[in-house]
Ligand binder design. Structure first.
Ligand SMILES: [Zn+2]
Length: 429
């Protein structure tokens, strides 16, 4: 679902704060190389992390430029005309307009996606996925974005026409059942389009995990593994779904790379998300961010639309020809609200880490799992504070390690290997 939402920046702004993916993962999604050590590896971690950080900001700029191009080139007005001449019914014409417009946006974003999502990952040996497979998944993601995005945007414009002043409130209210529905169906309808989800295969590991799961009141059938190795070498795990589709998912790469003790630490973190109902917390945060974004769009957009050049022929704020402008505004607002969503996310990640330490009483394995993540995922343990504040849904690995070490000291649990991973400073006592 994350991939699908990457496509349509518009929907991304309205509907896909980090939350709607509603995945409380184990780590930031960065990515890996094998068999290099020391300074080389550290240089690679720094170089890859810096590239990813820059790309996160470039992506926003690229999307804004693409939307501006669609608007100011007159393409949007042209598309509205095409859609209206194809369909007499206004709703059908709008749906067609949004479909083509999102397609144009995806095409304009494709060069960036190819670079950021494919070329860079291959350059750092993080992925061995063939280009054909990657493009196919991009296409699938686009179709998912259409299925979600077109009806959502039709609803927004319908509400705008009915209630120019308060449409944002109705949309905010509607976004709750919409978000819940998406999170419920994602694990059974959307995720299987991209990967195969199967019950955990390793019987011995399964028994260990099941014992832990039962202590948490978690059903065995809720633990899955997924064949992420076909796309990436990075390691991760996450909690997804709601109601009957709620589940913990471990990537096969993680099962392959981590010893059982560290996998248990990862599981304990995920079980923390599971029992503390963090997916619900995520959905509610998303609804809050969506509502605030819609409110700001509803107040600012009319002013901006009134200043558009008359040659564009945008009749008013509820004229779909002006949609790229509203989307542009939503992307900017979504970007500015990003740190709020990420701060909320880092809060629950800290809770899950503490839950892990309390349940396992094994800070050593927890720390080892963090160090392995940094190495395998080329994840900078100490990103620049500004980058962590703006982009990180998880606390930096250095902070997570420091917390586990603090926990060990407070509870007098000895740590046998006090070797910090290269590049990680020992925290001040
Ligand atoms: Zn987590």
């Amino acid at each position: 679902m994350r991939r699908a939402l990457c496509y349509a920046a518009v929907i991304a702004a309205l509907l896909s704060s980090p939350w709607l993916a509603a995945r409380s993962a184990f780590a930031e999604s960065t990515d890996s190389v094998a068999n290099e050590t020391g300074a080389d590896r550290q240089a690679q971690i720094k170089s890859y992390s810096r590239t990813r950080n820059i790309l996160a900001f470039v992506q926003v700029a690229w999307t804004l430029a693409a939307l501006a191009l669609i608007l100011f080139s007159g393409l949007s007005t042209l598309l509205r005309g095409v859609a209206e001449s194809a369909f007499g019914h206004p709703l059908a014409a709008r749906a067609l307009y949004f479909g083509i417009c999102l397609g144009a946006l995806a095409l304009l974003q494709l060069p960036f996606s190819l670079y950021a999502g494919y070329a860079i990952e291959h350059k750092y040996h993080l992925s061995a996925q063939p280009l054909g497979g990657w493009l196919w998944e991009e296409w699938l993601g686009f179709l998912v974005a259409l299925v979600i995005g077109v009806p959502t945007l039709c609803l927004v414009y319908w509400l705008m026409g009915r209630s120019p002043q308060h449409w944002w409130l109705w949309f905010g209210a509607a976004s709750l059942p919409l978000a819940v529905f998406l999170v419920v169906v994602a694990p059974i309808v959307i995720d299987p389009l991209f990967n195969k989800y199967t019950p955990l295969e390793d019987r011995e590991l399964k028994d260990r995990i099941l014992r832990m799961a039962h202590q948490h009141g978690i059903d065995a059938r809720d633990v899955y593994q997924v064949d992420k190795s076909k796309q990436t070498r990075k390691l991760n795990a996450f909690v997804t779904g709601l109601l009957g589709t709620k589940r913990i998912v471990l990537w096969d790469t993680l099962l392959e790379a981590m010893p059982p003790r560290e996998i248990e630490a990862v599981m304990a973190h995920e079980m923390g998300h599971y029992v503390k109902r963090h997916v619900w917390y995520g959905v509610l945060t998303a609804v809050g961010i969506i509502s605030l974004t819609a409110l700001l769009v509803s107040r600012i957009a009319p002013v901006l639309v009134s200043h558009l050049p008359t040659r564009l022929g945008v009749g008013g704020v509820d004229d779909v020809a002006g949609f790229p402008l509203l989307a542009l505004l939503a992307v900017v607002i979504g970007f500015l609200l990003g740190p709020a969503g990420n701060a909320a996310s880092r809060h629950i990640e800290t809770q899950a880490d503490l839950h892990c330490l309390e349940v396992t009483q094994d800070p050593e394995a927890t720390i080892a799992s963090f160090r392995r993540l940094s190495e395998a995922n080329l994840s900078d343990p100490e990103p620049p504070p500004f980058v962590e504040f703006w982009l990180y849904s998880h606390p930096s690995l250095a902070k997570r390690i420091a917390r586990a070490e603090r926990y060990a000291r407070q509870h007098r649990i000895p740590l046998s290997h006090a070797q910090p991973a290269a590049g990680l400073h020992e925290p001040a006592p």
